[in-house]
Design a protein around this ligand. Structure first.
Ligand code: ATP
Length: 234
């Protein structure tokens, strides 16, 4: 479904990604783990078309999408739930959700999708007419995921969805991501919480200083001694 071949991304003189190759098959959940600054967010932004790639190739369902802007990649079915939620604080929860809706795409109508999101997140329904800025961090994360669902994505990419959440809310997020996966969405999950990510993913890639240093089934990575020491705090 998605493949990256030798992708490079730089911010001026800073080489953030140095030749990444990875792939995600239809229906798979893949985790991308790594320390701060390893290049995880940059990888997601490059796929989405938010950061330009210098070289290499990104393909989605057979189409070369390298450097296609986000409004085009999202029309093809790629959605990024960004780190830090990035909601519009002065808009209501419902208005934020509506921002994810793509009129131009064939599929469910706006109301059907809103109902789907409210089914996933009853709390979001309760708060639908309140300003996004008035919500707690956990509620904002639910709205950000809900906004992603509104675009009916084929590939959902999550950037640190558990960041700053209490253990109970992390479990909530895990449940939602699992459900979305079961419903057929392919998922690319970026997490510093490697333990959580590898427990729910099918496969994982380990990123260090802009390079992929390891790739394996998620359950094998969980048992890998180097991974345990470096990323699982064991
Ligand atoms: P984090 O978990 O801290 O977000 P990450 O693995 O997602 O880390 P990136 O955010 O992709 O890493 O950053 C990769 C490298 O690129 C780092 O060295 C970072 O400092 C640098 N970088 C990221 N964004 C920018 C930017 N807008 N301008 C300059 N350098 C950047």
């Amino acid at each position: 479904m998605l493949s990256l071949e030798n992708v490079h991304v730089s911010y001026g003189p800073i080489k953030a990604i140095k030749g990444i190759s990875l792939q995600i098959d239809e229906g798979e959940m893949v985790a991308l783990i790594g320390a701060n600054g390893a290049g995880k967010s940059t990888t997601l932004k490059a796929i989405a078309g938010i950061e330009p790639i210098e070289s290499g190739e990104i393909r989605f369902n057979g189409q070369n999408i390298s450097n296609l802007p986000y409004n085009k990649t999202s029309n093809l079915g790629i959605t990024l739930v960004p780190e830090g939620r990035q909601l519009f604080p002065d808009m209501t929860v419902k208005e934020n959700l509506e921002m994810g809706y793509k009129k131009s795409r064939k599929g469910a109508c706006l109301l059907e999708l809103l109902e789907k999101v409210y089914e996933y997140f009853p709390d979001v329904y309760t708060k639908r007419n309140e300003l996004a800025s008035s919500l707690s961090g956990g509620q904002q994360q639910m709205v950000a995921i809900g906004r992603g669902i509104m675009s009916e994505p084929k590939l959902l990419m999550f950037d640190e969805p558990s960041l700053g959440l209490s253990p109970v809310l992390v479990q909530n997020v895990v449940k939602i991501i699992r459900t979305l996966h079961e419903k057929g969405h392919s998922i690319l999950l970026v997490e510093q919480n490697a333990n959580m990510a590898l427990k729910i993913a099918n496969r994982g890639y380990v990123l260090e200083m802009g390079r992929i240093v390891l790739e394996d089934q998620a359950h094998s990575l969980l048992k890998n001694e180097e991974i345990k020491a470096a990323y699982l705090g064991l």
